[in-house]
Design a protein around this ligand. Structure first.
Ligand code: ATP
Ligand code: PRP
Ligand code: MG
Length: 284
């Protein structure tokens, strides 16, 4: 029995998806043009598919799980559940209009032509706000539509905003925020759920580790109390005596979001020789 996972064949999600599986200790025999591969050391088969096709495969139960953008699930993923957010490929799905046009509220979309690759997402937005507008379905390069007179507005993915900027557009409504997720088929069977739980445990250990740094520092013993008060730590920091009398080595784990503030405080409190190391896995 094998767990069947779909990942994007090529595109923005492919590399990070393979990377997270590798970090989970799953080795995949990876021929570049293969559409299907087996994991060597985990009961799993990998299917390389188009991101946009993956929801249907999950619904049909042809694959059990997938790494996919949340935005695609919002567009066509009814019944599919999210087991874990994976923290990469963060983006928004937004409405944008030409820079020179005025925008006061969503009512401005009334009667307008909107180009998008996400028709259901736009429809939901229009319905919720009681707006009537024409949707033009385009599969790529959506941002060009207003410039060639095909539409008055667009709805597409925005990340840095540079594609909007280059096409003389401005973001006026954010419809949703998205990141890559581990999605689960409504048809997954109990045997495969057991394998999924194993994989999920590993993924969570990898994600927690990515959030954290292992920090070591030298501390004069008379500053130890102050320093230990600053440190968050998993349980409690490790304190070891240094060969030099009156000094200790302190080891702990710090969340990467609060990292720089904590380091500044530690320095001020007398910590020296601070080393910061990545953590590969974190099992709590
Ligand atoms: N500029 C971006 N920044 C961050 N994430 C993005 C960006 N563009 C797309 N994404 C995310 O990555 C996913 C895959 O995008 P990509 O452009 O590689 O594939 P696609 O053209 O949507 O799909 P397909 O595999 O069907 O061709 C999107 O669904 C979205 O979640
Ligand atoms: O805000 P930005 O950082 O500029 O990113 C947004 C752009 O990225 C995506 O396109 P992509 O490069 O994936 O090309 P595609 O249309 O071929 O999928 C998306 O469709 C936007 O056009
Ligand atoms: Mg794209």
């Amino acid at each position: 029995m094998k767990l069947r996972i779909a990942i994007q064949k090529s595109g923005r999600l492919n590399e990070d998806s393979l990377d997270i599986l590798k970090n989970c200790g799953v080795s995949i025999d990876n021929g570049k043009d293969q559409l299907k591969a087996s994991a060597r050391n985990f009961p799993m088969e990998v299917f390389y598919l188009r991101n946009g096709d993956i929801p249907q495969y999950l619904k049909d139960g042809v694959v059990d799980i997938a790494i996919i953008g949340e935005n695609v699930l919002f567009e066509k993923g009814e019944g599919i559940t999210v087991a874990e957010k994976l923290g990469f490929s963060k983006c928004k799905v937004s409405m944008a209009i030409p820079k020179g046009k005025q925008y006061t509220s969503f009512k401005d979309f009334e009667g307008k032509r909107i180009a998008t690759s996400y028709p259901n997402t736009v429809n939901k937005f229009l319905e919720q706000n009681g707006i009537n507008a024409d949707i033009h379905l385009i599969n790529g390069s959506v941002e060009i539509a207003p410039n060639i007179g095909l539409a008055d507005a667009i709805c597409d993915i925005v990340s840095s905003g540079s594609t909007l900027f280059k096409n003389n557009l401005k973001e006026v409504e954010v419809l949703l925020k998205s990141e890559a997720v581990l999605a689960v088929s409504p048809k997954i069977d109990n045997e495969r759920k057991v394998i999924l739980d194993k994989l999920l445990f590993r993924i969570q250990s990898v994600l927690k580790a990515r959030q954290s740094k292992y920090v070591l520092m030298n501390v004069p013993n008379n500053s130890l109390d102050t320093i230990l008060n600053i440190l968050p730590g998993m349980r409690s920091p490790t304190v070891l005596p240094l060969a030099e009398e009156g000094w200790s080595s302190v080891h702990t784990v710090i969340n990467k979001d609060t990292f720089w503030e904590v380091i500044d405080e530690l320095k001020q409190a007398g910590a020296e020789g601070i080393l910061v190391c990545p953590i590969e896995k974190m099992v709590l």
